[in-house]
Design a protein. Structure first.
Length: 440
């Protein structure tokens, strides 16, 4: 067997990378806290099906997925609707999270990946300046490289020495708390907006959606602040007054989750350590969608490891992976993360103003989570701000838009200054400057 690779946690990106490495002779083991049949939340994911092709897999059987339909966005007052239209060529699919896991784990096991369930990863084992393994509730495990796929609240990442410069915890407005449940459908009457998304519903900082399916209704409540079941039930009642088809019987789901909605990790590598997926905050910052990004990132990491299979996996070597990730995805995601922060600075009344005056239109909302090259921040800075002239009489809002455009441009410039080669002092200095751009 080849080099021993430890994948800590069962994140999609970690499993996809494990599969690609096993196909190339690596000894790869995944350590996951859940049992196999409990992997993933009991709800659907929406993502671009090209993600499977990125990791060399065919499309799943047709009975495992269906195509996503358009969505309708509303601001606080719900007076103005903005449609999200995804072109047929970019059409995303809806697939059960647990079916996704079943599909990719099956392929990973065929490639030779060994899965160890019921292991809680507590921390990294560090010798000197190198990660050499993981500490779990069932003992210490050593390897040549640890891939962190433990999620946005990774204990593994949080346990790394501060000198590594890798951000330990998620900051304010960088994580979304989600409650999601599938309820019965109480009425078969046609629904005007089958997929309705409300921003700042009830004036609260967050989003909510009610998706009316053929045999059920899908309710999601998302906030930047943690909330409990009592608040989830109260909010569900509020949505029922506007969506009569939303029933009261929970068919499945009915659980809470936390997802990162922020810029990608500024430093995601160290000697013997690399982060991927939610552990490195690789989600689309507006929606929290991350599965397609994970699958598109896995080949980037696998390529670096395979090419250097006989070398020590140092931060200098792994830096190539980080730069490849930013070139393909991160350089586009980071400015959008700054645009997301803009939403935390405006009032519900200002958001209504933006919708009513068509400053945000279907064009912005139809940007795919995969279209994150440098044209996107340029588009948001130019076209959207030009339309912002319609609110020139609203001086406070106009000032916020102009500040947003300036901030996004600064982030693009900062990204271009990412060190081409790994030098500890230079990387730490750049990372601080980069992270500071997201402080509001």
């Amino acid at each position: 067997m080849g080099r021993k690779i430890i994948v800590a946690g069962g994140g999609h990106g970690g499993i996809a990378t494990a599969m690609l490495l096993a196909q190339n002779g690596f000894d790869v083991e995944v350590y996951e806290r859940n049992e196999a049949d409990k992997m993933g939340y009991d709800w659907t994911d929406i993502f671009n099906p090209r993600a499977f092709k990125a990791i060399g897999l065919p499309m799943p059987p047709k009975e495992m997925y269906e195509y996503k339909t358009d969505m309708t966005f509303y601001s606080t007052s719900e007076n103005t609707a903005v449609e999200q239209h995804v072109p047929q060529s970019e059409r995303e699919i809806k697939m059960e999270r647990r079916d996704i896991y079943k599909y990719i784990i099956g392929h990973a096991e065929k490639a030779g990946v060994k899965f160890n369930y019921g292991y809680t990863v507590n921390s990294a084992i560090v010798q000197g300046k190198t990660v050499v393994g993981i500490s779990t509730d069932k003992g210490d495990i050593y390897g040549d490289l640890v891939i962190d796929a433990c999620g946005c609240d990774s204990k593994l990442r949080a346990s790394l020495p501060e000198s590594f410069g890798i951000q330990a915890k998620v900051g304010e407005y960088e994580k979304f708390f989600i409650y999601r449940a599938f309820f019965n459908r109480t009425s078969q009457e046609p629904v005007a907006d089958p997929y309705k998304i409300c921003i700042f519903s009830e004036g609260k900082l967050g989003i909510g959606w009610v998706a009316t399916e053929e045999n059920h209704t899908d309710l999601l409540i998302g906030r930047f602040e943690e909330f409990d079941m009592a608040e989830a039930e109260r909010t569900a009642e509020f949505y029922r007054t506007r969506n009569p088809s939303l029933g009261t019987e929970v068919l499945r789901g009915g659980s809470f989750a936390a997802i990162p909605v922020r810029h990608p990790l500024s430093i995601m590598v160290a000697n013997g350590y690399v982060a991927i997926g939610d552990s490195a905050f690789m989600t689309f910052p507006i929606t929290g969608t991350g599965l397609a990004n994970c699958f598109n990132t896995a080949p980037l990491l696998a390529t670096v490891l395979i090419k250097n299979k006989d070398k020590d996996y140092t931060a200098e070597l792994l830096w190539e992976y980080q730069r490849a990730y930013y070139k393909k995805l991160g350089n586009g995601l980071a400015p959008i993360a700054r645009a997301k922060l803009f939403l935390t600075t405006i009032t519900p009344e200002e958001l209504d103003y933006i919708f009513d005056n068509k400053i945000i239109t279907s064009k912005e909302l139809s940007v795919s989570a995969e279209k994150v090259d440098l044209d996107i921040p340029s588009y948001f800075c130019k076209e959207t701000l030009l339309r912002g002239k319609a609110v020139i009489d609203n001086k406070p809002l106009l000032k916020k838009f102009l500040a947003l455009g300036k901030a996004m441009v600064k982030i693009v410039v900062t990204l271009q200054g990412m060190p081409k080669e790994y030098n500890e002092a230079a990387v730490l200095s750049w990372a601080k400057k980069y992270d500071d751009e997201f402080k509001v």
